[in-house]
Each structure stands twice: as structure tokens, then as C-alpha cells.
Design a protein around this ligand. Structure first.
Ligand code: FAD
Length: 482
């Protein structure tokens, strides 16, 4: 059979861009279909970059980093127009769109504007401005991403009710914001708006903020968020949302109602597969619309691959890119990058920032491992004092027998960068001794790894480890053995 292309990609987000570029790099003829006027997907337009850039603006405008150092307390004009706050978002977005377009052009990938739908296992129909065109390929990569899940019983036609796709299109900052959902997106936006002086209450039926996090780290995070004014109504379910004049009344299953100017619903994501014609072709999807794939990212129809948010968790731009690359390498049989690494870091851009890799203490114990943990507060680090972050914390989890590093959890300034030290050490099979022997730049936050390793040595069974700590002058052994 002859096809128009070797690969047709549906969607130009991280999974589509990187999957398409990987195939083109190895000489395949690639087309990318995109329904939006500009490439980049949720990562560039509605999710990752806009939310992180707004967070950075909030930190700058609120003087967050300087508050400890110079006693600065800046007030944001509550009437500031949202587009002023989003000015940097527009600039970052434009630069990223330019980078993606240049990457697609460099790889000679044809950009096909329009709405894609599958007609058969090798044919895509693209509708654009009332016209339809069919293109065929040996393989089709579905990289159409996800949409915010909208729970029933909430009137999303009310202009004061948003999901994560619409929250950045608001005109002005609300005075009072209720965030429904204490997951990653809910916690991130709650922090950002609180830093912008909005009174934020986070509601979640679960008892804990980000339940998958290590409890020490989650405790630090919660304290940090409370310090910037975030209130929590955890263990409380939403009963109803009513309009009361110009405000919203958010009723919970217990306690009095919360009055708010806006409600942000952050209740997870669903696969963006509606209208793709998957059911007729026998491409299996889950009840949340995610495409079911095997380890090679093949759907139940072998010529149809899927990667990124459309296949479900972890639903991160970082993993979407790798999944896209691996999917095409496996499909075309390129001898290159055959697996997505099993060790995935995660960053949560709350205020303070959190990042984790490997096993948390609880996870390691649940696996039946004998573990030793050590932690170091940024307060001990000269760099922490210089930058004014005394609250940050690095927590490391080691295997008692092999001494290998199993997990690293960081909360505080630069957590999303610092976690890669732990990731590299775990990947290379490093141990507590690796950290003890390493020389770190001084003064840095990275040194906290060494102090967390010393702390762990102090908690090991008495022996050479404990002696090493005393010799190195890292302070008294602070934790009991065991
Ligand atoms: C608020 C928020 C914050 C986030 N923060 C982070 C973060 O800090 N770090 C991180 O790693 N991830 C983050 N994410 C997740 C990240 O944005 C997604 O994991 C990533 O964008 C998924 O990439 P993708 O290529 O699978 O899909 P998308 O980026 O969603 O791209 C899908 C593309 O497909 C196009 N498309 C859909 N249907 C069709 C069709 N029928 N025809 C043609 N084109 C179509 C869409 O227009 C879109 O351009 C965040 C997400 C949100 C919502």
C-alpha cells in the first residue's frame, strides 16, 4: 500500500511535536494536524507555561522572595486588569510557538490546519473552513491531549465558574476565590492567586492536600500555603453552588456556605477523544475517554498509536514528549529510545514549590523495605539564608541494607530543579555514601542533599556511618537509630 505520509500526527502539543520530530529526524514523511491556529497544545496555551509564568509574575509582584530579607510587603492593586498580569504569559507563549514552528519546519513536517477525524486505520479526514481533505499514513499518532473534567451539578455557563482552561481568560482578579480540588492544578492555582492577595479557600472531599505526597512534605507545603493566606476546607464535599446577587454561594456538606466571587473547578482531566471516530474503528477507550495503549503505545488498532494526556496519567508535558518519541521509535523499529524511563520526576508549582522523584517514605515502607530517612532544612544552608527561604526541606529515603537512594522529596525554592540531583543519583545507583563523598558548590541549596545524607547516617544503626558524621562535623546525631 502507498500512503501520503509515513506518519500523521493529530495534535501539536508536546506529544505530537516530539513524536513527529522523532519520526522526521529518521527520514519519515510526517504531517501534523492541528485544529487551533497556533501549535503547542495545553502546555503552551492553557496549562503548563501560562500557569507557571503567572506564578512567576505573582512571586515578583508580591515581593515573595524578598519578604524575609528586606521586610518587603507589596500590595497588588486589586483592580489590576488580568491582561497586565498576563503580559509575560503572552510573551513566553509567543516565543514558545515560534520555537515549535521552527522545530517543525527544520524537520520538514507538513502542518495541516483543521479538525481531524479517523476514517479507517490509515486515513484521517481533516475539516478546515468548511472544506474536507483526506490524508493517509502507515501510522497515525493520536496526541489530542485532554480536557478539564466538569463534574455534574455545576453550571459552567455561569461566567463566575471556571475550569483550568478558562481561568486565565478572566478580566480581573477576584477578591474571594474558591478552588474545588486539592490536586496539583487546584493547589498550584490556589497558591498563585493567594500570592496575588486573593482570599483563596481550597475545598476537597479528601482529608489531605495532595494525598500522594510524602506526609512531611505535604505538611510543609500546607504550612507554606497557609502562610500566604490559603485556607483549606478538606474532608468537605461540595453540596451545591448557588448565585447570591453578584456573588456565588458555595455550599458544602458540613459547615456554613462559602461566599466567593469565583469558583475554579480543578477536578481532573478527561481524554480529548470525542468526535475522533475511534469507536467505529474499534479503538478502545476508558470511561474517562483515554485511549487504551500497550507498552509500545499502540492502541487496539495496531496502526493507530497514542501518546500524551490522551492516554491518561501521569498527564505531564514532560512525559508526553517522551511517550511521543518512544511511540514512533517502536512503531517504525528505530533502534533508539525504546522506553520511557521508569523513574519520573514530578514538580508541583505551588508556593512553596514541591518536587519528588522515586519512592516516598510511606511508599517504600508499603513495599516492605527497611528504610532510613534523612532530611535537611534550607535553614541550615547558607544559600537558604541568603535568598530568604528558611522553610525549604530536602528529604531523602535510603534502603537500609544496600544504602541506595530510593527517593528524594524537596519542598521550597528551586525544588523542581534540585530534584534532578536525586534523580541522577538514583538512576546511577548511588548511595548515601555517594552524597557524603560529593563536594557541592558553596553556598547552594544543593548542599542540602549532603546534610540530609548526614542526617540519615545519624539514623542508621550505630557504626561507621555515625562515626563519619561526627568526623565531618555535621552536628550532633539528631535522630534515634531505627
Ligand atoms: C493548568 C495546568 C498546568 C500544568 N502544568 C504542568 C507542569 O507544570 N508540568 C508538566 O509537565 N505538565 C503540566 N501540565 C500538563 C501538560 O500541559 C500536559 O500534560 C501536556 O500539554 C500534554 O501534551 P499533549 O501533547 O498530550 O496534549 P496537548 O498539549 O493538550 O495538545 C493536544 C493538541 O491536540 C489538538 N487537537 C485536539 N483534538 C484535535 C483534533 N480532533 N484535530 C486536530 N487537533 C486536535 C489540540 O488543539 C492541542 O493543540 C499542566 C496542565 C494544566 C491544565
Amino acid at each position: 500500500m502507498t500512503f501520503d505520509y509515513d506518519l500523521v500526527v493529530l495534535g501539536s502539543g508536546p506529544a505530537g511535536e516530539k513524536g513527529g520530530a522523532q519520526a522526521a529526524y529518521f527520514g519519515k514523511r510526517v504531517a501534523i494536524v492541528e485544529r487551533e491556529p497556533r501549535p503547542g497544545g495545553a502546555a503552551v496555551h492553557t496549562g503548563t507555561l501560562p500557569s507557571k509564568t503567572l506564578r512567576e509574575s505573582a512571586l515578583f509582584l508580591s515581593g515573595y522572595h524578598q519578604r524575609e530579607l528586606y521586610g518587603l510587603s507589596l500590595k497588588i492593586d486589586p483592580d489590576v486588569a488580568m491582561h497586565h498580569l498576563l503580559a509575560r504569559v503572552d510573551s513566553v507563549r509567543a516565543q514558545e510557538v515560534e520555537r515549535i514552528e521552527s522545530n517543525l519546519d527544520t524537520h520538514r513536517i507538513e502542518r495541516v490546519p483543521g479538525d481531524a477525524r479517523l476514517l479507517d486505520p490509515h486515513t484521517v479526514e481533516v475539516g478546515c473552513a468548511g472544506r474536507r481533505r483526506c490524508i493517509s499514513a502507515e501510522f497515525i499518532l493520536i496526541a489530542t491531549g485532554s480536557t478539564p473534567h466538569r463534574p455534574g451539578g455545576i453550571d459552567f455557563d455561569d461566567p463566575a465558574i471556571d475550569d483550568s482552561d478558562t481561568i486565565l481568560a478572566i478580566d480581573r482578579l477576584p477578591r474571594r476565590l474558591v478552588v474545588l480540588g486539592a490536586g496539583v492544578i487546584g493547589a498550584e492555582y490556589a497558591s498563585t492567586f493567594a500570592a496575588l492577595d486573593v482570599v483563596v479557600t481550597v475545598v476537597d472531599a479528601r482529608d489531605e492536600l495532595l494525598p500522594a505526597l510524602d506526609r512531611d512534605i505535604a505538611g510543609h507545603l500546607r504550612a507554606g500555603m497557609e502562610a500566604i493566606g490559603v485556607r483549606f476546607a478538606l474532608g468537605r464535599s461540595l453540596a451545591a453552588v448557588r448565585r447570591s446577587g453578584s456573588a456565588l454561594e458555595v455550599r458544602l456538606d458540613a459547615g456554613g456556605p462559602l461566599r466567593a466571587d469565583r469558583l475554579l473547578v480543578a477536578a481532573g482531566r478527561s481524554g480529548r477523544t470525542a468526535g475522533l471516530g475511534l469507536e467505529a474503528l474499534g479503538v478502545a477507550t476508558t470511561s474517562r475517554g483515554f485511549v487504551e495503549v500497550d507498552a509500545d503505545f499502540r492502541s487496539t488498532v495496531p496502526s493507530i498509536l497514542a501518546a500524551g494526556d490522551v492516554i491518561g496519567p501521569p498527564a505531564l508535558a514532560s512525559t508526553a514528549m517522551e511517550q511521543g518519541r518512544v511511540a514512533v521509535n517502536r512503531a517504525f523499529g528505530f533502534e533508539y529510545k525504546q522506553h520511557v524511563a521508569s523513574l519520573l520526576p514530578q514538580a508541583i508549582y505551588t508556593i512553596p514549590e514541591v518536587s519528588t522523584v522515586g519512592l516516598s517514605e510511606d511508599e517504600a515502607r508499603r513495599e516492605g523495605r527497611s528504610v532510613v530517612c534523612g532530611s535537611a532544612s534550607y535553614e541550615r544552608s547558607a544559600r537558604g539564608k541568603i535568598i530568604g527561604d528558611r522553610e525549604g526541606l530536602v528529604k531523602l529515603v535510603f534502603d537500609r541494607d544496600s544504602r541506595a537512594l530510593l527517593g528524594a522529596q524537596v519542598v521550597g525554592e528551586r525544588a523542581s530543579e534540585l530534584v534532578h540531583i536525586g534523580q541522577a543519583i538514583i538512576t546511577l545507583g548511588g548511595t548515601v555514601d555517594t552524597l557524603i563523598e560529593m563536594v557541592f558548590n558553596y553556598p547552594t541549596l544543593s548542599e542540602s542533599y549532603k546534610y540530609a545524607a548526614y542526617d540519615a547516617l545519624g539514623a542508621w544503626d550505630p557504626g561507621p556511618g555515625a562515626r563519619l558524621q561526627v568526623v565531618a562535623g555535621a552536628g550532633p546525631v539528631s535522630r534515634p537509630a531505627g
